[in-house]
Design a protein around this ligand. Structure first.
Ligand SMILES: *Cc1c(COP(=O)(O)O)cnc(C)c1O
Length: 388
């Protein structure tokens, strides 16, 4: 058994990130300033997206995007049941109704046929999630968008490194919200960004994320002369800081290498887990590049042990795990507000019961991964005994 705990994922913070944060601290410019602008330009370049604006979180990016699309009370927004709660919460935050959509078996991605069947005259938008870093079929999604005149806001929290038809997420004619939270493929500790091809939307994100002020703090307090600001409509406080951007600036150049290592580890898991009673992730669509933000398996019924017992067993053997996710519809607020029973979203409910994420991070060694497989083999072999 391992001597040390292996976390599900851990941020990779190098000396360059540390030095850049210290540089900001010494410069006196610690909140939204020149480094946020530099990080935005670096993201535009990296993604190939015309406009990127950074904010304090992906959650803020999602709710600002909904607000800018004028989604509000009386409107419905299609949201996958199989996602982190923030996707649905952002819809609630603007006063609209999240309509939870079931998953495709296997990938767990939003079932686009089920989404289309759930469209009503009140449906304004859809927020698909590139779950685990596997892209939703953006060709089919674009056709659905155009048939029904929907706004598409991609929840790209897992999708730094993901591509569809050779192009990065954020360049397919939709809004895309990224997360730079500590566990994500690129981190700024806390942070998010919205990518768009529309310069007016980019300006609105920037304005609304800073109280609705006509000018950013950088312009207000810079050396270009004092300028009065004006508020045409109230915003929120959700700007990124230069301290965060300092970290991101040095993460981004390493992302391609990290994504390659993630893919290597995923392929290695596929091979090493083949004989265990686990369903491993299906191979990616040929049009996709999976970013392998997560490597999630489903515990087969024949294992004779519950997912939660596997989690406990792994933890006892010092292996960190996660559950991505228990569906939004299983949380008491959503179940009771919208009268949803688990059987109404059968695929998402089944995944919620059986899914388990294994440690995956570019910092992980092959030996770490062997420890995970050994622990899983042990826990699954003793499965039925543990249950009884
Ligand atoms: C992490 C995550 C979010 C929220 O990101 P924050 O930057 O923490 O707000 C939203 N959606 C999904 C799918 C996530 O995994």
């Amino acid at each position: 058994m391992r001597q040390t705990f292996l976390p599900l994922s851990s941020p990779i913070i190098g000396e360059a990130e540390i030095a850049e944060v210290v540089d900001s601290l010494r410069s006196g410019w610690i909140t939204a300033g020149p480094k946020v602008k530099r990080f935005e330009r670096a993201l535009e370049e990296h993604l190939g997206a015309p406009h990127v604006r950074c904010v304090s979180s992906c959650t803020a990016a999602l709710s600002l995007a909904l607000r800018i699309a004028a989604v509000g009370p009386g409107d419905e927004v299609l949201v996958p049941a199989m996602t982190f709660i923030a996707t649905a919460n952002a819809v609630e935050e603007v006063g609209a109704r999240p309509v939870l959509v079931d998953s495709e078996p296997g990938t767990g991605l939003i079932d686009l046929d089920a989404a289309e069947a759930a469209i009503t005259p009140r449906t304004r938008a859809i927020v698909p999630v590139h779950l685990a870093g596997r892209p939703v079929d953006l060709d089919a999604l674009g056709a659905l968008r155009d048939r029904h005149g929907l706004t598409v806001i991609e929840d790209a929290a897992h999708a730094m490194g993901t591509r569809w038809n050779g192009r990065a997420i954020g360049t397919h004619g939709n809004l895309a919200a990224f997360s730079f939270y500590a566990t994500k493929n690129v981190t700024t500790a806390e942070g998010g960004a919205l990518a768009t091809d529309n310069p007016c939307i980019a300006r609105e994100v920037e304005r609304l994320a800073l109280h609705g002020l006509s000018l950013g703090a950088w312009q207000r307090y810079g050396d270009a002369g004092f300028r009065h600001f004006e508020v045409a409509s109230p915003g929120i406080k959700a700007n990124m800081t230069d301290l965060s951007a300092s970290i991101g600036l040095h993460q981004l150049p390493r992302l391609e290498g990290w994504t390659a290592r993630r893919a290597e580890l995923a392929a290695r898991y596929d091979a090493l887990l083949a004989d265990l009673p686990l369903q491993t992730p299906p191979p990616p669509d040929p049009r996709a590049r999976h970013s392998w933000h997560l490597y999630s398996v489903l515990v087969e019924d024949e294992a004779g042990i519950s997912r939660d017992a596997v989690l406990d067993g792994l933890l006892r053997r010092r292996i960190g795990t996660g559950v991505h996710y228990r569906g939004v519809h299983l949380h008491p607020y959503y179940a009771s507000s919208y009268g949803i029973e688990p059987g109404m979203l059968p695929v998402a409910s089944d995944i919620s019961d059986r899914t388990l994420s294994l440690p995956l991070s570019p910092a992980m060694t092959d030996a770490d991964q062997d420890d995970v497989v050994e622990a899983l083999t042990h826990v699954l072999a003793s499965g039925p005994a543990l249950v009884s």
